[in-house]
Design a protein around this ligand. Sequence first.
Ligand code: FAD
Length: 458
Amino acid sequence: MTLNLCRAGSRVAHLKLSWILSRHMAPLTSSCHGRLASTEGSTPSPSMYKFVVVGGGSGGLAMASSLSRKHGKGQVAVIEPSEDHFYQPLWTLVGAGLKQKEQSRRPMKDVMPKACDWIKEKAVEFDPEHNSVKTSGGKVVQYDYLVVAMGIQLNFDQLKGLPEALENDPMVCCNYSYNTVDKTYKALQNFKSGNAIFTFPNTPVKCAGAPQKAVYLADDYFRQHNKRDRATITYWLPLPSIFSVAQYEAVFTDICKKRDIQVNLLHNLVEIKPESKEAVFAKLDTEPNEMITVPYEMLHVPPPMGPPDILKASPLAGPAGFLSVNKETGQHTKYPNVFGIGDCTDFPTAKTLAGVAQQTGPILQAISAVENGLTPVAKYDGYTSCPMVTSDRTAVLVEFDYNLEPLETFPFDQCKEQRSMYFMKAQLLPALYWHGVLKGLFHGPSTLRKLMHLGFSK
Ligand SMILES: Cc1cc2nc3c(=O)[nH]c(=O)nc-3n(C[C@H](O)[C@H](O)[C@H](O)COP(=O)(O)OP(=O)(O)OC[C@H]3O[C@@H](n4cnc5c(N)ncnc54)[C@H](O)[C@@H]3O)c2cc1C
C-alpha cells in the first residue's frame, strides 16, 4: 500500500496511485472522527489524508485553508494541540498597554478551516520514509503530502535564571508569550528609576524587530509619563549591528542616538539573578568572554529559541535542526512530498509573519506542480518585513529580501517614522491577518508594490 509505493526516489511518481489506494483503505480504518483511527488499547491503525499539516499557527492555517478550499472536505488534516490561536505581532502593542492581550487570541475551533479535520494532539515523530506522522495520542497519520508549520520553539529554560525571574520578579518581562506579555506593561507602569534593560537572544529568533520595538515603546512611555530622566535605557545584542540591512541600520542607530538609548553590541545575556536584581552579560569580542554584571530596575528578555525538538530529532532536519527546504519553493531538500512554511524552516531570511504570507503562494504552486508530476517553478524571494514601531503613533516599515536589499511597498520614504505605518500596524494588519492571511487569501504585498510603483518595482 501507500508506504511501500512511496520510497525515496520513486516517491513522487507513485503519489497519485498511493492516494487512490489510500481512498480505498480509508473506510477500513475509519472511526468516530472522519477517517481518523483511534489506537487506544489496540495496535495503531493509520488514518490517511491527502494532505497533513503539522501546526495550526499562521503558516499552517494559511496552507490548510488554501488546500482544503481546493481539494474539499476530508482531504486535509491539521495536527495542532493548542485550544487557542494567537496573532503574535499584537504582543508588541500589548506590552506597551496599547492593546489588550485578549485581542490577540481566538479559539482554535473558530479559525480552523471547516473542511479540515483537526487532530487535537501533538506531532511526536516524523517518519518521512513511510509518509506518516505519529501523534501524542499514539495515532499514526499518513499523508500523500506533508506541510510542516510548527513554528520556532521558545526555550525559556536555556537561560539561567529566566524561568525563576519571570515567575517571581514583577519587573522581569517578556513580550514573546501570551502568559508573560502583560508583565511588560505592568513593569513600565511600576518603573521608578534606574536601569531599564532590553536584550536580544543569541539564537535564531522570530521577528528580530520585536525586542527593539519594546525599547522604543518603553522610551516613549517613560517620556509621556515624566520618568524618562530617571531611566537609563540600554539595548544589549549579541550581534555586530542593530539591524542587518545597512539602510535601516542607519535609521535605528540615529533614533537611538536622538533618544539617548545606549546600544551595547556583541553582548550576550547569560544569567539573570532575580534575588539581587542583576543581569550578567558575556562580552563576545573578548577571549575568554569577559563577564559584566549590571543591576536592573526593569528587564525585558526574549527567550532563547530554536527548532522544535521533534523536528530537530527527525530525518527532516537540516544542519541547524530546522526543516531543510529549497529556499525558493519550500519543498524539502530530500523528500519531495514534504513542504515547510514559516519559522520552523531554514529559509535563509528573517522569521516573520510577513515572510509566512509571502511564502504561501510559491509553496502552493510548488505542491500543485509536484501533484501534476512537474518541477516547481515558483520562486520565493526571501521577502520579509516588519513595522518597527517607534512610539505609540509612529513606525518605520522595513521590508527586504534574501540579499538584504530593501523591497519596499510604498512610494514614500519608508526610512522615516510615519504615522500611517503605525496605523497600519495597529489597525489594518490585524484585520488583514484574521480575514486574509489565515484564510490563505493574502500572499504578501507584491501586487500592491507593483501598483504603488506603477509597475517599476521588483
Ligand atoms: C512579540 C512578537 C512580535 C511579532 N511581531 C511581528 C511583526 O510585527 N511582523 C511580522 O511579520 N511577524 C511578527 N512576529 C512573528 C510572527 O508571529 C511569526 O513569524 C509567525 O507567527 C510564524 O508563523 P508559523 O506558522 O511559522 O508559527 P506559529 O504561528 O508560531 O505556529 C506554530 C504552531 O505550531 C504548533 N505546534 C508546535 N509544536 C507542535 C507539535 N509538536 N505538533 C503540532 N503542532 C505543533 C503550535 O501550537 C503553533 O500553533 C512576531 C512574533 C512575536 C512573538
